[in-house]
Design a protein around this ligand. Structure first.
Ligand code: DLZ
Ligand code: SF4
Length: 507
């Protein structure tokens, strides 16, 4: 009797554990379904990327002689969900068993477990650390610091290791990766691909279906198969990696990508293998093509941060996305969906999110994330926004980054203090403030940068929780040294500003 083998839209890897386990004549089930396309209002580019890559992956499997039962979104028989499609295909082929690679979201893991079929969910071996490894690393630790986990991953993979010592005698070169925005960027951005005929047809079909979603479908330029994704990686290694480290945290009005690789969407969908990517990047160091701060900074994101995020998501369990220890309840402001805001930094980050389904980590963490945290936005709404609008976002990676790292809604599992800053940080790292209607130097008054006001408002609202945090004592001491009049002005202007935001004014 044949089994069904499930391959999801972010499992497009020929060596996927479910595919390796399958017998030659098992039926591979792939399905474009309304449930996955709409459980959050995904950016149209994200949907197009996943569907286009799924179609090409299925075609390759078929060319390799595999039996693929592929459901397109417009198939009249389409049941609208992954589980519905598995039941339908099981009846069609007389199958009783499903072989799957564990999905990256609890929602789907639980749905598969509830199926009236025997389902085996295999480990996703595309990750470096298994759940068991992460659990045993985490067990008994008071603090789950990424840095310690990362060092274990360096030792495990042998990347940038000199025997049992780190190459360059330091594990982490982050200090060298904080240069402010350069005058000019001598890199034209990630490699862009003209959609082939099949992808073009898909775009025409998707356009009217998802035109209400936030985000521009055109121009669509993502790689949609492994070979193209590799070309994009090679292009980045050749032309941008040498500068990547220095300007990793910088932001510019006229540069959406700076020296960033923009390959997370390819890795997360399975088109590129993370270890293989790191090996290619390490080779650039061995070839003296790029400096160690760039190489180490990149490899840390992939084998350190990315794996650590996944570990936290699975360790914390299905309720993680509902955490809200700071009890934040403000609605996500309309400018996250493209309404006008006078804050140039936010406006730029949202605008490029809309056109590209991409913003880099500092735009996500220190602009939009920082704003949402300071303003006290409901973290669940923030989480759904990030999950929807970024082409690389799946819950296993997005939720710990947003609920944990960015919004401190998990109470400090991911970060030992909230990631907040006043306008100063943005002014230092970008050219946004120079052309902003607000004045970053103004701490109060009609043109005061909202980040300056909200920063103090946040700290004072949460004084009971954070005053004794050793990493935050300085902030409270600065506040305590201020004149009482000034304190009153700051807090009342912050609250006025938030009231205007809530009233729907353009702020
Ligand atoms: C994100 C996404 C979208 C938009 N559509 C599909 C789909 O139609 N079929 C599918 O198999 N996967 C899709 N995905 C990816 C899944 O949502 C993803 O596999 C789960 O969220 C687990 O990470
Ligand atoms: Fe952003 Fe404030 Fe700078 Fe304007 S002045 S760009 S709001 S940090």
């Amino acid at each position: 009797m044949v089994n069904l083998v499930l391959v999801l839209g972010d499992q497009l890897t020929p060596t996927l554990s479910a595919l390796e386990q399958a017998a030659k004549d098992d039926v591979i089930v792939m399905a474009e379904v309304a449930d996955e396309a709409s459980y959050v209002p995904h950016h149209p580019k994200k949907i197009a990327f996943i569907f286009a890559a799924m179609r090409k992956f299925a075609a390759k499997l078929i060319a390799d002689g595999r039996h693929v039962a592929y459901t397109t979104l417009d198939d009249p028989e389409n049941t609208g969900s992954i589980t519905g499609e598995l039941i339908r295909r099981a009846e069609e082929h007389g199958a009783k068993q499903v072989i799957a690679t564990e999905p990256g979201e609890w929602r789907l893991i639980e749905a598969l477990n509830d199926l009236p079929l025997k389902v085996t969910q295999l480990q996703d071996t595309r990750f470096i650390a298994s759940h068991a490894e992460f659990e045993s690393w985490a067990e008994g630790r008071k603090e789950l610091r990424m840095e310690w986990f990362y060092r274990d991953m360096r030792r495990k993979t042998g990347l940038l290791m000199d025997g049992d010592k780190p190459v360059g005698e330091k594990w982490n070169f982050d200090h060298d990766n904080r240069k402010s925005a350069p005058k000019a960027v001598n890199h034209a951005g990630p490699m862009q691909f003209t959609p082939d005929e099949g992808t073009q047809k898909l775009l025409e079909f998707l356009e009217p279906k998802f035109s209400q979603n936030f985000g521009a479908l055109h121009p669509f330029w993502f790689a949609t198969d492994a070979e193209q994704a590799q070309r994009a990686l090679t292009h980045w290694i050749t032309y941008a990696l040498p500068q990547f480290g220095d300007y990793q945290d910088a932001m510019m009005n006229e540069e959406k990508f700076l020296y960033h690789s923009v390959i997370s969407l390819y890795i997360n969908a399975g088109l590129l293998d993370p270890l293989d990517v790191c090996a290619q990047v390490e080779q650039a160091y061995k070839d003296n093509h790029a400096p160690l701060n760039a190489i180490e900074g990149f490899i840390r994101q992939v084998i350190g941060w990315r794996e650590y995020m996944r570990g936290i998501y699975f360790l914390e369990g299905p309720g993680y996305t509902n955490r809200n220890v700071l009890k934040h309840a403000r609605m996500l402001p309309a400018f996250f969906w493209g309404a006008k805001t006078k804050m140039n930094c936010v406006s730029k980050a949202v605008a490029q999110t809309k056109t590209e389904a991409y913003a880099h980590h500092i735009q996500r963490l220190m602009v939009t994330g920082n704003f949402a945290l300071l303003a006290g936005v409901d973290p669940y709404e923030v989480h759904e926004w990030y999950l929807a609008v970024y082409a690389d976002a799946y819950e296993w990676v997005e939720a710990p980054n947003v609920i944990g790292m960015s919004q401190f809604a998990d109470g400090g599992i991911v970060g030992s203090k909230p990631y907040i800053s006043s306008g100063n940080y943005i002014a230092k790292m970008s050219d946004h403030c120079k052309t902003c209607e607000y004045k970053v130097k103004d701490k109060t008054g009609p043109h005061a940068c909202p980040f300056n006001l909200l920063y103090w408002d946040f700290l004072i609202r949460h004084r009971d929780r954070f005053a004794n945090n050793p990493r935050m004592g300085n902030m409270y001491r600065t506040w305590d040294r201020m004149e009482d009049d000034r304190k009153d002005t700051v807090l009342s202007e912050a609250r006025d500003w938030l009231a205007r935001l809530d009233a729907g004014e353009t702020v």
